[in-house]
Design a protein around this ligand. Structure first.
Ligand code: CUA
Length: 335
């Protein structure tokens, strides 16, 4: 009796561990907390598979318990015993697995069909390009480029066109849709839709080099008016600074090596190796959503990009602290 108790105790411990794993990362985005129709379909499929697997598990353990603990009756008729054994194999080993697999297969096909790209209104196409290790975000119809932040209108499907000039990356916003690869030499497409306004975490889901784990992005779903305002603001070229310190900072930006890699629309800087900085100050994060966009973090990034993200293309700068202050003052005007 005592032995039995400790066994069930262990069973509960395993169950509790499972629940802990499911709930443990409460703040991490989860596919089980869908915020859009595509992710909701995927979550439904996940739960179906989960409960079917649970049912199979319980069934198997029940038979195991039966085999272990039931007292075997003395079978007199050997032929009958053999026939019963064959029946068990046919039902439990062939018919039931076939039914389970057929249900999984049909449910998967059903989900895949439901995930087909819906009719997408004009103007809602975003090109996302996987760089090492950040995301270039182009709004082709609105003709501007940004980075690591994708704004979408709430409640509308947005087409995401994916490509990569270097290695394979994978675009994943767990709360909005499944993963889709960015392939060199190929164009892939996916779509996202958010039911509620909010900021949704995205990340690269395919190992793409040393900084793969620091290749994140944000999807920001906004009400229509707010989204339109953002579009209009992003379409504007950068404002010319009026503050003397910021003006000095602009000169530093244009005379240092910054402009070979970065673009700021409205200036001579048209580099395209690094993120477009035209509206840098309007973004929430730096370095592909690894840091909050604050003056301190930006200074740290400019002075030591290789400390924060070793292997990225941005070289160490040799600015003096006064030059850095001026540069920061200028970058803060890029709203
Ligand atoms: Cu890009 Cu991993």
């Amino acid at each position: 009796m005592k032995r039995h108790k400790s066994r069930s105790g262990r069973f509960f411990a395993i169950g509790a561990l499972g629940l802990l794993l499911l709930n443990g990362c409460a703040n991490a985005p989860s596919i089980l907390d869908p915020q859009g129709p595509a992710a909701a379909r995927i979550a439904n499929l996940w739960w179906l598979l989960f409960w079917m697997a649970m049912a199979v598990l319980v069934f198997v353990f029940a038979f195991l318990a039966l085999a272990l603990f039931r007292r075997r009756p003395v079978e007199v008729d050997a032929q009958r015993a053999q026939q019963r054994g064959i029946r068990v194999i046919i039902w439990a080993g062939v018919v039931m697995p076939a039914i389970v697999l057929a249900v999984v297969y049909v449910a998967t096909l059903w989900t895949m069909r439901a995930l087909a790209t819906p009719v997408i209104p004009e103007g809602l196409t975003v090109h996302v390009i996987g760089q090492l290790w950040w995301w270039e975000v182009q709004y082709p119809e609105q003709q501007f480029v940004t980075a690591n932040e994708i704004h979408i209108p709430v409640g509308q499907p947005v087409r995401i066109v994916l490509s990569s000039p270097n290695v394979i990356h994978s675009f994943w916003v767990p709360e909005l849709h499944g993963k889709m690869d960015l392939m060199p030499g190929e164009i892939n497409e996916t779509w996202i839709q958010a039911d509620r306004p909010g900021v949704y975490w995205g990340e690269c889901a395919e190992f793409c080099g040393t900084q793969h784990a620091k290749m994140n992005f944000l999807v920001i779903a906004q009400p229509a008016e707010e989204y339109q305002a953002w579009l209009q603001q992003q379409q504007q070229p950068a404002t010319t600074p009026t503050d003397p310190l910021a003006q000095e900072g602009q000169q530093i930006f244009l005379s240092a090596n910054c402009l070979y890699c970065h673009a700021i629309r409205g200036t001579d800087a048209v580099g395209n190796l690094g993120p477009d900085l035209t509206h840098l100050a309007s973004r929430r994060t730096l370095g592909s959503a690894i840091q909050e966009n604050t003056a301190g973090n930006l200074a740290g990034w400019i002075v030591g990009p290789q400390h924060i993200k070793p292997g990225n293309l941005m070289p160490q700068s040799d600015l003096t602290s006064t030059e850095l202050q001026a540069l920061l003052a200028y970058l803060a005007t890029l709203k």
